[in-house]
Ligand binder design. Structure first.
Ligand SMILES: [Zn+2]
Ligand SMILES: [Zn+2]
Length: 775
């Protein structure tokens, strides 16, 4: 509530024509005016927090800011003398150390990138006199954008697509082992993109804010005694050092203890932008302290969810922004946190005033002149009720009867609670049977790689046996809170779906997401059951027979496709008949120009196959198909191949490069009509507005996860009405999950998902379980 109701600024600013290739929407012009003003008036800090909701275009507003500032600087340097341009001296917080060493001329940069930077030209002229004198100082660079690894390429793409050829920015993706070690190279570019992990590795950490009262607090939060929390912290830091050493080979000038470790720290940035800035919300983490160590004149935080848990989250942004006096922890506590903890109205008023000075936040519900700020095309949600074939029905009945009787046994013995995980597993099997019977009996594919197998062999025998025992005791995934698909256990003893943990290994944090754990994660500390089992079997000298006597496939032929998959294929066929292959593929009209004025969720329940057609002659209809199980995606692939429907795939086990390629091809290649995608993969900002049809193959407990999935397509840039089809099977557990979702949307959500805070998650009640099993 503290973040709401800030008075909205209204003044807009236009970007000079010919810089952006897309028109700015009204609220983005307001953001531009506001951001530009924050950078030119020096109070109270240079920069701020752009906290617009996901999907309102924080990226494009930021790109507009970069262009606008460069354009103004160019005008200035053309009109006025160099002395005037010098007023744009870099890095007010660090003047003594930064000099304007001349960056190598951008013309020498072979890729034909043109640098239209007035700022740089002014610098270069000015620098010609002072190069010698300041040679050992930091070169002056442009804008550094720090973001999660999963969106680096999306940013780069937008920087490319949203800027006209005339105004093209030179962009460097500073990522990967071969990245440059030359600070002068970084200084050549208008924009440098990098990840939080690299900042963490290369930039000297600012010290922890020291106050004892605070250490107690953090101990409390992790449920540890304060003494223990200190040692824990030390352990984490040791882990991080170890990691840096490991990478030291690749990174020649890595000296994490030195004042200037990596290349990023050796330049003075004109502007640093933290995207998904909630990454630094805990000011005690390495990543937050490293970000604060970046030298910059202008500082920005972009985040759709700036405050997630505590008032302390805000402190980290204030520190990064150097927003005085609140950047000093003592005065933050004194003026803001203290009063709010004592729950005084005055405290909240104060916080609002402090935020209003540096933060702009609009939600999708914000009105501008009485109008909603975005006017998306309508979204229609259809519930498609498919029927089982006879053989599927009998398979399902058997499974259902078995689990009902098991459930009754637990109930009679009064052990429902003790068997909660088993019950969830039975529910999982029923849910999977609705998708495809093969899923239920599918031998979990062993996806962990060689690194894991070799690491497992190095473990002490006892550790292997322990891990194996734990993994076999009907676990629940620590991330999605469902029985795990392709279960794996980490060295720290936490169990996940392979896909769920891969998100953390591929991502930036490389830390176990369990709040009290935070151990370092990599491929060599994640083990599957079969890896462990074969090692244990080797120990005993026995043959590694990890064939648990699966009963032979119920459906003998491989071509069997389930009713749901058949229904999907039918839909895809009818869509491709309807679409017009000759019309333009890429349509970049902003949605604000669309005449839609219809309310959001127009929910219709239709019988199977009677999809309401939306007359569209604007290119082929592309479809995103979601399932929560990678196994279901595998099965769907078979049918798509058989029907020669071209598709791409995106799931949590894929590398970020592979994901990026898949998204790009889906969006741009007219022949690729379908994206099959895991509901659990990369929810951050992926833009797939090329699709105007979304199919959800199965129901997820937490409806907001479904909403986020739908928002891949239903977002700014979407010009066509979006149709969503939720597939369910009649007279199954899915009906009951649906009913539960309707009746207790909130309860179910908190029971299963969203609970990344890790506090005791509410469970399904006994009544809910009875209802789900129809007992
Ligand atoms: Zn999981
Ligand atoms: Zn862990």
């Amino acid at each position: 509530a503290a973040l709401q109701d800030l008075n909205q600024p209204k003044s807009e600013v236009e970007l000079p024509a010919g810089l952006l290739s897309v028109p700015l929407m009204k609220h983005q012009k307001i953001a531009l005016a506001w951001m530009f003003q924050k950078e030119t008036r020096s109070s109270p800090c240079l920069g701020g927090i752009l906290a617009d909701d996901q999907g309102l275009g924080k990226t494009v507003s930021t790109i507009a800011l970069i262009l606008k500032q460069m354009h103004e600087a160019k005008l200035k340097s053309q009109n006025i003398s160099n002395q005037e341009a010098e007023a744009l001296d870099l890095d007010a917080d660090d003047e003594s150390e930064i000099a304007n060493q001349k960056p190598e001329s951008s013309a020498s940069n072979g890729n034909g990138v043109s640098v239209n930077s007035g700022r740089k030209k002014a610098k270069e002229e000015e620098a010609s006199t002072s190069t010698q004198k300041f040679n050992r100082k930091r070169p002056a660079a442009g804008t550094l954008i720090v973001c999660p690894a999963s969106v680096v390429r999306q940013w780069a793409r937008e920087l490319d697509e949203k800027v006209t050829d005339e105004a093209k920015l030179s962009v460097l993706i500073y990522h990967g082992g071969n990245r440059t070690k030359d600070p002068n190279e970084l200084a050549k570019y208008d924009v440098v993109m990098t990840t939080y992990a690299i900042v963490s590795n290369e930039v000297p950490k600012q010290p922890l804010v020291d106050d004892d009262e605070n250490d107690e607090k953090s101990g409390e939060r992790y449920g540890l005694s304060s003494g223990f929390s200190t040692s824990k912290k030390r352990k984490i830091e040791m882990g991080a050092t170890k990691k840096i050493k490991k990478r030291g080979k690749k990174n020649a000038d890595d000296s994490s203890s030195g004042p200037d470790s990596g290349t990023l720290a050796k330049v003075g940035w004109f502007r640093v932008v933290l995207d998904e800035a909630q990454t630094i919300k805990n000011h005690r983490t390495q990543v937050a302290r490293a970000c604060c160590g970046l030298r910059a004149k202008m500082r920005w935080c972009l985040s759709g969810t700036p405050m997630q848990n505590t008032i302390d989250d805000l402190y980290s942004y204030f520190r990064f922004l150097k927003y005085d006096p609140y950047a000093v922890y003592k005065s933050f506590c004194h003026t803001i946190k203290g009063p709010i903890t004592r729950n005084s109205l005055h405290g909240y008023k104060k916080l609002q005033a402090v935020l209003r000075a540096i933060m702009l936040r609009r939600t999708k519900g914000t009105l501008l002149d009485g109008q909603p700020i975005i006017n998306l095309p309508p979204k229609t949600i259809n519930l498609s009720k498919v029927d089982f074939s006879e053989e599927e029905r009998s398979f399902y009945r058997k499974l259902e009867t078995d689990s009902q009787s098991q459930f009754k046994k637990y109930a009679a013995a009064g052990t429902l609670n003790q068997n909660y995980a088993n019950i969830l597993l039975m529910l999982l099997r029923l849910r999977q049977a609705c998708d495809h019977p093969e899923l239920v009996k599918r031998y979990s594919s062993d996806s962990v790689g060689k690194e894991s197998e070799e690491a497992a062999k190095r473990l002490p025998r006892e550790a292997r046996v322990n891990l194996l025992n734990r993994l076999e005791s009907s676990p629940i995934c620590c991330e999605c809170k469902d029985p795990p698909e392709d279960p794996v256990i980490t060295l720290c003893g936490h169990i996940f779906c392979y896909q769920c943990v891969s998100e953390f290994i591929n991502g930036d944090e490389n830390m176990c997401p369990v709040p009290r754990c935070r151990e370092e994660l990599a491929h060599d500390v994640v083990f599957s059951e079969s890896t462990l089992r074969s090692c244990v079997a080797d120990d005993l000298g026995g043959s590694s027979s990890h064939d648990k006597g699966l009963d032979k496939a119920f459906f003998q032929n491989d071509e069997f496709s389930s009713s749901k998959i058949k229904a999907v294929i039918d839909i895809l066929r009818s869509l491709s008949n309807r679409s017009n292959p000759n019309s333009a593929q890429h349509d970049q009209m902003p949605s604000s120009s669309m005449p839609y004025d219809i309310d959001d969720n127009d929910v219709t329940i239709v019988e199977q196959m009677s999809l309401r057609s939306t007359p569209s002659n604007r290119g082929s209809i592309k479809t995103i198909i979601f399932s929560q199980w990678t196994g279901m995606l595998d099965l769907l692939e078979l049918s798509l191949n058989e029907n020669t429907i071209e598709f791409r795939r995106l799931d949590g086990t894929m590398s970020l490069n592979a994901r990026d390629r898949a998204v790009k091809e889906f969006n741009n290649d007219p022949d690729v009509k379908v994206m099959i995608m895991s509901l659990k993969a990369g929810n951050l900002g992926l833009n797939m507005v090329a699709a105007c049809h979304v199919i959800l193959l199965d129901l997820w407990w937490n409806p907001t996860t479904e909403d986020q999935a739908i928002d891949r397509a239903h977002r700014i840039g979407q010009t066509r009405p979006v149709t969503v089809t939720r597939m369910t099977i009649k007279d199954t557990v899915e009906d009951r999950i649906l009913a539960l979702q309707e009746k207790k949307r909130i309860m179910v959500a908190s029971a299963f998902g969203e609970d990344h805070g890790g506090s005791s998650a509410t469970r399904l009640t006994v009544d809910d379980l009875k209802y789900l099993f129809q007992v």
